[in-house]
Design a protein around this ligand. Structure first.
Ligand code: ATP
Length: 150
């Protein structure tokens, strides 16, 4: 019996489908959730979610959020998440460039602004790294734009 997996972000349903295992970047390190897992609520870090079902693997970048596990369903509430095949590389490059320029230009920004720019830099860097890593690997499990497996 697989486990059901739903990934929702603040603005959309990113994925829903069945999985043999869901691997997430938990706040205490990488966690693998399989069917029958004990109930759990945890925060998520910036990183990668992998949803494996048989030979298929869907890979998502996530910028943080929460995971709730019940024995038959994993629900991920992400700040932002995108299937690696849906990452807009140009947009991430522009975001990275914008953040880098801001940090270079004004090192005297207040701490909150600095942290906000640094977080934007981390998000864009992650998207670029994971897009390059997984697309090069050529392990596309589903065509672009097919965030859901229904
Ligand atoms: P940008 O400055 O380009 O908006 P951001 O890091 O500020 O990037 P987020 O606030 O993390 O963006 O995400 C807002 C929405 O845009 C989310 O739905 C996220 O999945 C999507 N998104 C952000 N960057 C990309 C990207 N490079 N490719 C695809 N979707 C993206």
């Amino acid at each position: 019996m697989p486990i059901r997996c739903e990934i929702v972000s603040q603005d959309r349903l990113v994925f829903e489908g069945e999985a043999d295992i869901v691997i997430v970047p938990g706040s205490l390190g990488e966690m693998g959730i399989m069917p029958g897992h004990a109930p759990l609520l945890s925060t998520l870090e910036l990183g990668v979610i992998r949803v494996k079902s048989g030979e298929l693997e869907d890979v998502f970048t996530v910028t943080g959020g929460f995971i709730e596990v019940q024995p038959d369903i994993v629900t991920i509430m992400a700040d932002a998440a995108e299937n690696v095949e849906d990452i807009d590389v140009k947009r991430a490059e522009e975001a990275m460039e914008r953040a880098s320029q801001l940090l270079k230009k004004d090192l005297s920004v207040d701490p909150d602004t600095y942290l906000r720019i640094e977080a934007a830099l981390k998000r864009s860097t992650l998207r670029l790294k994971i897009a390059a890593q997984y697309r090069k690997r050529g392990q596309r499990s589903r065509p672009p734009g097919m965030g859901t497996s229904e």
